[in-house]
Design a protein around this ligand. Structure first.
Ligand code: AMP
Length: 394
């Protein structure tokens, strides 16, 4: 078990908390503050205990000087000040005299947010490539390091792994909760255990499928990736998405897990991917050469419902169709509806699926929505999460 912020006496200590404030910002306005809200519990706890709180986070990707204006964390400091009802001092630097002075002058319960850690990427990608000296420098600013940024915990960056190497470390409440929830899928999950996978690519999910197929009872496959499986199963998929190089892998899985892998039986097709285009409902053996499969159909949803209703544990990652366009969002929405009444323990794995479930209004009907798409998938692949692995054990 990893140490948590609760395992340290943090009164009067300089506690560096790595948060995930990677929120969508347009023209300086935060479009969705969910990630900021998710970080509040740990920050509030640190303040209550009398720590001096130093916050670090990345935001977007910084490739040019111009990106800096777009991806400054200043709006986050303002939003955080309101949510905490305490002025969060924003330092528009990632290191240097101003940072060091501000930290020296901190009192207990003060909160400082430094500028976007990825500003350091302009110089040989120092943050993202875990530059040793940068990690050591950031560590020199504090006494204890707390990682509460689940979204990047599978990566080795200077602001996570790099700092942890030099300081006593623990996880925050958000990371602790994420791991506890995801372990429900890996440590004796209640059976029947169903995995629902969608999204565009099989290639992204090969290791996940290999690992989960061992323990899951059923794997329901929709989205663009279903078409590579359907092609492997011998269907003509017309102009649908297909990763030809993955067909052998799909064939092997279909042979090995005949009774586990459930593919769509009907789909929605169109000749173009755009709003208002003419759509057709097709059985999977009826797809024509110039048609693209863009969503799962009603009959597939009925089949999926039977497995879902029968399950005690469900993990879902990946939309069932091209859900950004309304005409192809019915499969994903229909699945949300089916999930909402299912009795199973239901976990949603980050990214697009999390967005779809939240936007479609079903967040309250599931048990957990992960804040990290890539991190949750890496965890379920059975691969060590690099920046978590290095955190001190209890
Ligand atoms: P991923 O990033 O692999 O999870 O894939 C998510 C993306 O897959 C979304 O942007 C969807 O629009 C897209 N997607 C889902 N179903 C299909 C499909 N049938 N054809 C093409 N793209 C799809």
């Amino acid at each position: 078990m990893k140490k948590t912020i609760k395992d340290y006496d943090i009164k009067g200590k300089k506690v560096i908390i790595r948060c995930d404030f990677n929120v969508p910002i347009e023209d300086g306005i935060i479009k969705d503050d969910n990630r900021i809200r998710q970080s509040l519990k740990t920050i509030r706890y640190a303040r209550k205990e009398g720590a001096k709180v130093i916050l670090l986070s990345h935001l977007g990707r910084i490739k040019t000087e111009e990106d800096k204006e777009k991806y400054t964390l200043k709006p986050v400091a303002e939003a955080l000040s309101k949510l905490l009802r305490k002025k969060v001092k924003f330092i528009n630097q990632t290191r240097g005299k101003e940072v060091e002075e501000a930290i020296k002058n901190m009192k207990e319960k003060d909160v400082i947010l430094l500028e976007n850690t990825r500003f350091e990427d302009l110089d040989k990608q120092k943050e993202s490539k875990n530059d040793k000296r940068l990690g050591k420098y950031w560590a020199s600013l504090g006494d204890i390091y707390i990682n509460d940024a689940f979204g990047t915990i599978h990566r080795s960056h200077a602001s996570n792994l790099g700092i942890s190497k030099h300081l006593k470390s623990g996880v925050g409440f958000l990371v602790e909760k994420e791991i506890k929830e995801l372990e429900k899928l890996t440590k004796n999950p209640k059976h029947p255990y169903t995995i629902i996978l969608g999204g565009s690519k099989v290639s992204d999910k090969i290791n996940l499928i290999k690992n989960l197929a061992k323990t899951a009872d059923y794997i329901l496959i929709g989205g663009g990736m279903a078409f590579t499986f359907l092609s492997a199963a011998g269907f003509n998929i017309g102009s649908s998405l297909c990763e030809k190089e993955e067909i052998p892998f799909c064939k092997e899985l279909l042979d090995k897990y005949q009774d586990k892998i459930i593919l769509p039986i009907d789909i929605i097709t169109a000749k173009e991917i755009k709003n208002g285009v003419k759509t057709k409902e097709r059985f999977v053996n009826e797809i024509e050469e110039d048609e693209i499969g863009l969503d799962i159909g009603k009959k597939t949803l009925e089949v999926f419902k039977q497995y879902i209703d029968d399950s005690k544990t469900i993990f879902w990652n990946g939309p069932m169709g091209y859900f950004e366009i309304k005409d192809f969002s019915k499969g994903t929405k229909g699945l949300c509806k089916i999930m909402s009444t299912a009795k199973a323990y239901k976990i949603i794995g980050g990214g697009d699926t999390a967005r779809a479930v939240i936007e479609m209004g079903f967040a309250k009907d599931v048990n957990h929505i992960s804040t990290g798409g890539g991190a949750s998938l890496t965890f379920l692949e059975g691969v060590k999460l690099k920046a978590l692995d290095i955190i001190n054990e209890k």
